[in-house]
Design a protein around this ligand. Structure first.
Ligand code: GCW
Length: 731
């Protein structure tokens, strides 16, 4: 009541004038962008006004928007175009029913828009998600058509069109046709129902489970917009270390509320299925996949899910891996487990995405070999709606791994890629590491299984084996931090993942330019050095953490900082010493025929190359070979000297990245510039920590001095070993 009467009270004239002046000032700041502090919330969809010269060039192409408003997806497509262009072109763009002069942007499908139908555009090869952007004439007026077979294609076309303006591409004579090369482009959230995020470094989970389904955080819409803008069309809401509670009626209602928000944006919801759910929430005494009661339970559960979420995508399953329950608990195979769920989902058009990240409890053999040994014999045994999701490398998202030997080895089972976007092993949120070069390196790797050019990208896009289904998943780096990803530059990894899932043949450097232009500035004096900094960042982290093919050297369990000395504990393959095998004689994991023979899992040409220390790319030397400290590397340095050199080079690169960023202050708002600077300072400090700790430790084996001109570690090995981080994030 008190509020109401206050609202009714007339405002005093002076107050009104001050408020108006303040609003006007805010509006100016808003329009001219640069002066305004930015917190990164808007991601790459900032839509700040283009420079005056571009304004003159773009405005004639965009005067009004003609879009049918008969579907939720076309409505959001039209709204996004209005929002984007009104920001970029600093003018009103009416949505109208007909072309009323030059500069119309005409959106729709042949079915929804008579104008689009009349144009007779060739949409045959574009499938359900592709689109064309085409300069046309309508009623004798120049116009631009954004057309597709289905509404979601129109939405993707809108985002592409906005990207053209955001990156200052010409709009004259547009003749663009594009379609995704991969069907399922998905984020995997390792988010728990209590809002913690496994390996999350960007705050809490954005899913506010407690307030769902009644309260829909507006952030869910912005999440969907951001994902649609890069073509992501599926999201797994829950952690692969799954909780059966997420399949109970209460939580299905919550998931359904999210699915309703995402649907107009072309995004389908998936959930993780805990294999033992029939026991935990179903009251059964077993979860044996061949037991008829278990099968019936899953069938009923799946039907219940579809009653809540009619376009439910399916289940992502981590089974018999790191303590998760699975079919092997009952002596059944992964195929028997996956097929049981697949049968239940098939009737509704759902998928089972079964993870290949498994390694046995008994650790009898090289962990790098286990997924291949387990799954290759099952090729051809999975039902058609099962896909197998394989991590990029055979161990676990390390700064550098060779491609996983499963790629190319299962021609009768559709394999999906699993990349990690969150930087569990690459410095968490504070290290600036642009991951697209890592993704690109894997995608371009040649498996050689069907001659030259049998790249991993061609396994993933299905062209190599003729897969009927294709997919790529990224473990999300998204949380409640205002900037979504924990750092401004980690947004680039989300962005790049989406772009590569759409087209695994894109180049990481081009994606970086695109992202920088949209996120920061189109000024060439900014874009070139900033891109160069991003492109160097992945090699830098490899150098200062795990050069020359070393891997798995991080701190125990939280994975923060160096821990090459990690030893003992529940399993050997959770230690560092298992992987580097350093002795006074040498270092490295012998995976050749004289060792674990993991090389034999690759095609013969690749096995021969990786298995021969003269031919193996040096970046994988210690992944595949145990070599002596005096081994001559290709630079002419001994292995020990080369190790010191590379660790040092990594730190130097970070120093240079800092200098580059310092010089870019005039192009970036103060708030974001300052945070990136502060994080780069942390990165430099931690890079030096990694270098010093690892070299201090390895020197106890090599017993060789630091080469001249290379600084010794700042502290003793005991100091580094004594550091503890009981509250490191992500666990
Ligand atoms: O990289 C490891 C992580 C685990 C994760 C597991 C997996 C979700 O340390 O936190 O569990 O991989 O991919 O299943």
């Amino acid at each position: 009541m008190a509020n109401r009467s206050a609202a009714r009270r007339p405002m005093h004239g002076a107050v009104v004038r001050t408020v108006c002046a303040a609003l006007a000032l805010l509006a100016t700041l808003n329009i001219h962008g640069t002066a305004r502090a930015e917190d990164g919330y808007e991601l790459w969809l900032r839509y700040r006004p283009v420079e005056p010269a571009w304004l003159a060039r773009y405005r004639p192409h965009a005067t009004h928007i003609v879009v049918p408003d008969d579907s939720a997806t076309l409505a959001v497509a039209g709204d996004e175009l209005v929002r984007g262009l009104e920001g970029l072109l600093d003018r009103r763009l009416p949505k109208v029913a007909a072309v009323s002069g030059p500069g119309a942007l005409v959106l729709g499908t042949p079915a929804s828009s008579p104008l689009i139908a009349r144009l007779g555009l060739d949409l045959d090869a574009l499938g359900s998600e592709g689109y064309v952007l085409r300069s046309v004439r309508i009623d004798d007026h120049p116009a631009i058509a954004i057309a597709a077979n289905e509404d979601s294609g129109v939405l993707y076309g809108v985002f592409h069109f906005l990207r053209l303006v955001q990156t200052r591409a010409p709009l004259e004579a547009l003749a663009i046709a594009d379609a995704p090369a991969v069907q399922h482009r998905m984020l995997n959230h390792w988010d728990n129902l209590d809002r913690t995020v496994e390996r999350g470094y960007a705050g809490a989970s954005i899913w506010d489970w407690h307030k769902l389904p009644d309260y829909l955080d507006p952030r869910y819409v912005d999440y969907a917009r951001a994902n649609a803008s890069i073509g992501i069309n599926g999201t797994v809401l829950t952690n692969v270390n799954a909780n059966a509670v997420s399949l109970t009626p209460m939580y299905l209602k919550k998931a359904a509320a999210l699915a309703n928000v995402f649907r107009p944006y072309g995004i389908r919801v998936f959930l993780t299925a805990r294999f033992s759910a029939p026991m935990e929430i179903g009251g059964l005494a077993t979860a044996d996949p061949l037991d008829p009661r278990v099968r019936r339970w899953w069938q009923a559960k799946v039907a219940e899910i579809y009653a809540h979420i009619p376009d439910f995508g399916g289940f992502l399953v981590k089974a018999n891996s790191e303590g998760q329950p699975g079919p092997q608990d009952y002596g059944r195979s992964h195929a028997e487990g996956a097929n049981m769920l697949a049968e239940a989902l098939a009737a509704h058009g759902g998928l089972v995405i079964w993870r290949a990240f498994v390694y046995s409890h008994e650790e009898p053999d090289d962990r790098a070999k286990q997924a291949y040994s387990e799954f290759v014999p099952l090729d051809g045994e999975f039902l058609p709606n099962v896909m197998l999701q394989v991590k990029n490398g055979p161990i676990d998202f390390q700064p550098r791994e060779p491609f996983h030997p499963l790629f190319g080895a299962m021609p009768r089972t559709p394999l999906m890629m699993e990349f990690q976007i969150t930087k569990e092993y690459l410095g968490f949120a504070t290290h600036l590491v642009y991951l697209a070069p890592l993704y690109e390196e894997t995608l371009r790797a040649d498996t050689r299984v069907a001659g030259k050019g049998s790249t991993v990208a061609r396994v993933i896009d299905g062209s190599l084996h003729g897969y009927a289904r294709t997919g790529m998943a990224g473990v999300a780096n998204i949380g409640t931090d205002r900037n979504w990803s924990g750092s401004h530059f980690d947004q680039a990894n989300w962005y790049a993942f989406g772009r590569l899932a759409w087209n695994p043949h894109l180049s990481s450097a081009e994606i970086a330019s695109e992202w920088l232009r949209m996120t920061f500035s189109n000024d060439a004096r900014f874009v070139a050095p900033a891109r160069d900094m991003m492109m160097r960042s992945r090699e830098a982290v490899v150098d200062y953490m795990t050069p020359l093919g070393l891997h798995h050297l991080m701190g125990r369990s939280h994975h923060y900082g160096p821990g090459p000395w990690v030893d003992g504990g529940p399993r050997a393959d959770w230690t560092s010493v298992y992987y580097h095998r350093a002795t006074e004689q040498g270092i490295g994991f012998d995976r050749t025929a004289s060792g674990s023979n993991a090389v034999a899992q690759y095609a013969p040409e690749i096995a021969a190359q990786f298995g021969d220390r003269k031919q193996v790319p040096e970046k994988f030397l210690l992944w595949f070979h145990h070599v002596s400290w005096d081994y001559r590397t290709r630079s002419g340095r001994t292995l020990w000297d080369e190790l010191v050199h590379r660790y040092t080079r990594g730190v130097e690169t970070v120093k240079n990245m800092r200098l580059t960023w310092q010089g870019l202050g005039e192009f970036v708002d103060a708030e974001r510039h300052a945070q990136v600077s502060a994080f780069l300072a942390i990165q430099e400090k931690e890079a030096r920590w990694w270098r010093d700790a690892c070299l201090a430790y390895f020197q106890t084996f090599s017993r060789r001095p630091f080469p001249p001109d290379y600084e010794p570690p700042r502290h003793s090995l005991e100091h580094y070993r004594s550091l503890e981080f009981p509250y490191a994030p992500g666990i």
